[in-house]
Design a protein around this ligand. Structure first.
Ligand code: TMP
Length: 210
């Protein structure tokens, strides 16, 4: 039996971590075995790459290094954690995945979309989430929330960068309406309820097609 793959995406400060925890509890109550993980990260090697990527001291990092490091972290994560968990029949909930590369390195940095596709394909081996929750938030508000403590290298980017990231996400949602469910800003409980409703629809569809 194979499991299924859910990702959470969104600009900075969209509340993904809080909502991921709600999803786990809901799925566990329904009897699913769940792995919660994140990108960049999820394995010891990928966490080291995460530190390199987010360290504000690495201001000299060029865009190609950045995208290749995200891809390297993803390749390791996929092989070491995501694929084995899916093979064991688990539900994998991942906080960010390849859509983040399109939004941040594609729209945010302006890197060529074909290059991103090529790099992402190498890292993901064509594995795509079954369902993606895109949590949208007012860009300024989210960034303020995310940077209450020290801002990391990406969070320190200018506001225009973060607006381009948000536009990138909207474009992705239009491109993949079957997979990406956009959840607008709301209070924690409203967002949770909307996600659970969409998850139930997804589970019903899945049951129907199996
Ligand atoms: P977060 O997990 O705390 O949101 O931090 C990860 C940061 O890395 C966030 O600013 C988004 C960024 N990111 C990319 O730029 N590209 C990617 O492919 C991924 C996974 C994350």
């Amino acid at each position: 039996m194979t499991g299924f793959f859910i990702t959470l995406e969104g600009p900075e400060g969209a509340g993904k971590t809080t909502q991921a925890n709600h999803l786990i509890h809901y799925l566990q109550e329904k009897g699913f075995s769940v792995l919660l993980t994140r990108e960049p990260g999820g394995t010891a090697i990928s966490d080291k790459i995460r530190s390199l990527l987010l360290d504000p001291a690495n201001g000299k990092m060029v865009e190609k290094t950045e995208i290749l490091l995200y891809a390297a972290a993803r390749a390791q994560h996929l092989q070491e954690r995501i694929l084995p968990a899916l093979a064991e029949g688990k539900v994998v909930i991942c906080d960010r995945f390849a859509d983040s590369t399109f939004a941040y390195q594609g729209y945010g940095r302006g890197l060529d979309v074909h290059m991103i596709e090529t790099v992402n394909d190498v890292a993901t081996e064509g594995i795509s989430p079954d369902l993606t929750f895109l949590l949208m938030v007012d860009v300024e508000e989210g960034l303020t929330r995310a940077t209450r403590e020290e801002a990391d290298r990406l969070e320190q980017e200018q506001m225009a960068f973060h607006h381009r990231v948000a536009c990138g996400y909207q474009a992705l949602a239009q491109q993949f309406p079957e997979r990406i469910v956009t959840i607008g800003a709301g209070n924690i409980e409203e967002v949770r309820q909307e996600m659970i409703d969409m998850l139930d629809k997804f589970l019903t569809r899945r049951k129907g097609s199996s």
